[in-house]
Design a protein around this ligand. Structure first.
Ligand SMILES: N[C@@H](CCC(=O)N[C@@H](CS)C(=O)NCC(=O)O)C(=O)O
Length: 222
């Protein structure tokens, strides 16, 4: 039986996991959780994830949540292309880069934060979008700078991805982050290193296929 990924087209965290599943060649079914219509609060979903968030990856009677934890689980459980490097220093660099988006920028732009800003603190739509753009740009700036640090440059010189020759979890975090920044109106063309890695990544079918434009319910961001 195929696993089921609970996902939403706009979710950056679910996007990371779709790429991971594609790279590991794990076939899955998609179940759409419409975060803008409050599907994450339905009892049927809350029993899967009390955090009311996607992604959730369900294997028969076991459910997994938290994109980074899921990616690491898939990497340890499944053969095929690795999602994290085996070298310990490189693994650290991979996690460090990933967490710039997954731990420090993305968590403050999710629907629950946007709802709180608008509902409790009186932010209008423009202010909410400015807030999100600020944090997504901060993430881009940090990632761009990291890529020019010597420890990342050593690997960058070997290939087109964050850690050189092989796609890793760091790339799985970079792809959604850049698009998320664009969605909030950030001019990402200034992040030359990020854009160069992003272009190289989209040449891979596993990456292209995970794009939200192929996700049921996709709406082009305005
Ligand atoms: N740290 C979590 C973040 C999960 C998360 O917040 N997902 C967002 C979509 S990207 C969500 O479902 N939000 C629902 C809400 O905020 O109401 C992960 O990486 O999986």
């Amino acid at each position: 039986m195929k696993p089921v990924l609970y996902s939403f087209w706009r979710s950056l965290a679910a996007w990371r996991v779709r790429i991971a599943l594609n790279i590991k060649k794990i076939e899955y079914d998609l179940s759409v959780v419409n975060l803008l219509e409050g599907d994450q609060f339905k009892d049927s979903f809350t029993s899967q994830n009390p955090e009311h968030s996607v992604p959730v990856l369900q294997f028969e009677d076991e459910s997994f949540a938290q994109s980074i934890a899921i990616i690491e689980y898939l990497d340890e459980q499944y053969e095929g292309k690795p999602l994290l490097p085996t070298d310990l220093k490189q693994r650290y660099l991979c996690r460090r880069f990933s967490l710039v988006s997954a731990a420090d920028s993305h968590p403050v732009i999710v629907p629950r934060v946007r709802r709180l800003l608008a509902g409790e603190y009186g932010f209008n739509e423009t202010q909410v979008n400015e807030f999100c753009r600020y944090f997504m740009k901060r993430g881009c700036e940090a990632m761009e700078k990291l890529l020019s640090h010597e420890e990342y440059l050593t690997y960058q010189n070997l290939g087109p991805y964050v850690l050189g020759r092989d796609i890793s979890m760091a790339d799985l975090c970079l792809i959604p982050h850049i698009q998320g920044a664009r969605n909030y109106g950030a001019d990402v063309s200034v992040y030359k290193r990020l854009i160069s890695v992003e272009s190289a990544l989209y040449e891979n079918e596993e990456i292209e296929r995970a794009h939200p434009k192929y996700h049921p319910g996709f709406e082009k961001p305005v």
